[in-house]
Ligand binder design. Structure first.
Ligand SMILES: NC(=O)C1=CN([C@@H]2O[C@H](COP(=O)(O)OP(=O)(O)OC[C@H]3O[C@@H](n4cnc5c(N)ncnc54)[C@H](OP(=O)(O)O)[C@@H]3O)[C@@H](O)[C@H]2O)[C@@H](O)CC1
Ligand SMILES: Nc1ncnc2c1ncn2[C@@H]1O[C@H](COP(=O)(O)OP(=O)(O)O)[C@@H](O)[C@H]1O
Ligand SMILES: [K+]
Length: 505
């Protein structure tokens, strides 16, 4: 499923109307009917429903919903929150159909009238404004939204909570806080941003009949769901051997921080890597090995328990490498990152401290022939780009795309919505995971899962998307079953990986 900006959604609408010849009235009918159908299935006819209709096509959707519900004997009325002259085109056509079918439209004169009406009903359908919103909501609509937010017992927004921007990069808005949103066509960018997503409440997408010939050349962002995971997860051949599943190397850890590399190698093996070697400071090996018997070890020279660069790493012996977890920020560690960039001819994944070192080496990354994957959390991404975290989180899609294209890298920008970007700017988003993951070590586990997935025979983009899906889903399944968001540990995810495989593959 695509994730779109308002402009991309309009392009698809226009394509359907102008290239295919589908009438806009029909698209509006489809959108409204899909939403009404969803309501009909789960709402009792004893509920009173109020539709707030604004002046654009979003309001038009509202009139279709009202007409369809009325036809099905629901108790539904419409308050038109804009004057009559604002209802034009397809929306006017559908308003007239509603009225001809016996529907009742009250035109709001003052905002004061709206509060008592909202208090009397069980469900408010918010069709005040959709993706055509420009700037901050003006009066009197801002006050109408205020009343909705204060008085409504349940709000269903049509397409997008009114007042909310569809696109990233906008922080000045005032919007409906919906309980649920039925999104028409495709989800908009703002459903995947930390500062706007909560306004949607629970959301689902409903179709309004956009033909696939129009949508297939649509956006460059894609939501990575269970369906994609099931479709793309590589099969494990009955006659495969350990070499078939890749030889991975994880470089990191220290005597003081042996846990990070332990979780990475363990997660890589649990996810399906054939052979995994941990390269770490010599004195850290007993601690790591006692927790992970299946890995092999490469002892690195060390100073005060932290890796130094006395002993070289044979980077060419591996099919994929992950570096950085707990490796430290000292300059000897950096020389391993630099060497890996120069010498490794396989995919190189850089995480945590490795990203800190990579900042000064970014210019050389583009020269590499083999793929480089960066896995920053927002703090690390902001550091790489010399931005603040709030700045980055306003426009994570744009910043990730800009950096991936500029440096020729894959970027896994981690968070509640993880955005994965290819060097040519294609993006996927995974939404699995929960706040139980907001704990030290979760990222180390993800690095191992990514290593294992990159080692399998599949395009890197799919490998990264599947890795993030597994990581988050493991947390979700554990929370649903034996754990809570409070007690979940990164090491618990190792069992979660098994649950994901046993359930979905
Ligand atoms: N084929 C189709 O067309 C389909 C369309 N669909 C539906 O159409 C929606 C998009 O419709 P749209 O483009 O008409 O814009 P829409 O979101 O209703 O907003 C425009 C209204 O908002 C107003 N307004 C704007 N800014 C404002 C502000 N700051 N403060 C206050 N008011 C402001 C603006 O007023 P004006 O500025 O013109 O006075 C105008 O009245 C989309 O989200 C989806 O629901 C699909 O469901 C089915 C297929
Ligand atoms: N609230 C949350 N919801 C969903 N996923 C989360 C949340 N908080 C953290 N995560 C996930 O947990 C991981 C944390 O990675 P990171 O910050 O690098 O952890 P660490 O460095 O402590 O191991 C990322 O994959 C991130 O997407
Ligand atoms: K709306």
């Amino acid at each position: 499923m695509y994730i779109v900006t308002a402009e991309e959604m309009y392009d698809m609408d226009h394509g359907a109307m102008n290239k295919v010849g589908i009438d806009g009235k029909l698209l509006m009918e489809n959108a409204g009917r899909s939403i009404a159908a969803s309501l009909k299935e789960r709402v009792s006819k004893t509920y009173r429903i109020l539709v707030l209709a604004g002046g654009g096509n979003n309001g038009g959707d509202g009139f279709v919903i009202a007409r369809t519900l009325l036809d099905n004997d629901f108790d539904v009325t419409v308050v038109q929150v804009v004057p009559d002259e604002k209802i034009i085109g397809d929306a006017l056509y559908h308003k007239q159909l509603f009225v001809c079918c016996g529907g009742n439209v009250t035109v709001m004169q003052t905002v004061d009238e709206v509060g008592p009406m909202i208090s009397r009903v069980d469900i408010v359908i918010d069709a005040i404004a959709g993706i055509g919103m420009k700037g901050r909501l003006r009066e009197p609509l801002a006050s109408v939204v205020d009343v909705v937010n204060k008085k409504a017992s349940y709000v269903l927004s049509v397409d997008i909570p009114s007042g909310l921007p569809a696109n990233e990069g906008i922080s000045d808005f005032y919007a409906v806080q919906a309980n649920e949103t039925l999104i028409t066509g495709f989800p908009k960018q703002s459903a995947f941003l930390e500062h706007t997503a909560p306004y949607y409440g629970n959301w689902q997408v409903v179709s309004f009949g956009l033909p696939s010939v129009i949508t297939s050349d649509g956006a460059h962002r894609y939501l990575w769901t269970e369906e994609q995971f099931r479709k793309t997860i590589p099969e494990r051949g009955r006659y495969s051997h350990k070499g078939s599943h890749g030889r991975g190397l994880a470089v990191g850890g220290s005597a003081e921080m042996p846990g990070s590399i332990t979780m990475t190698v363990h997660a890589a093996l649990r996810t399906g890597a054939g052979l995994v070697t941990a390269a770490t400071a010599k004195s850290a090996i007993p601690a790591v090995a006692s927790q992970c018997m299946e890995a092999t070890y490469l002892a690195l020279g060390e100073t005060n328990g932290r890796m130094n660069n006395e002993l070289p790493i044979p980077f060419d012996n591996y099919d994929a490498i992950v570096m950085g977890m707990g490796m430290g920020r000292h300059h000897e560690a950096r020389s391993h990152i630099r060497k890996a960039l120069e010498e490794a001819s396989c995919p190189l994944i850089v995480d945590a401290d490795g990203l800190y070192h990579l900042k000064s080496l970014l210019a050389s990354v583009k020269k590499r022939k083999s793929p480089v994957v960066l896995t920053p959390h927002p703090g690390e991404m902001a550091m790489l780009l010399d931005k603040s975290v709030p700045e980055l989180l306003q426009k994570p899609f744009a910043y990730a795309k800009m950096a991936a294209e500029k440096y020729g890298v894959y970027i896994v920008l981690k968070g509640p919505f993880t955005i994965i970007t290819t060097p040519d700017g294609q993006q996927t988003v995974t939404t699995t995971g929960n706040e139980g993951l907001a704990k030290g070590g979760s990222g180390d586990v993800l690095s191992g899962i990514i290593l294992a997935m990159v080692l399998q025979d599949q395009p890197i983009m799919e490998a990264l998307s599947n890795a993030c899906f597994i990581h988050g889903k493991a947390a979700d399944m554990l929370i649903a079953d034996t754990h809570s968001v409070y007690d979940l540990l990164a090491s618990d995810l190792l069992h979660g990986i098994s649950k994901v495989y046993r359930t979905f593959v």
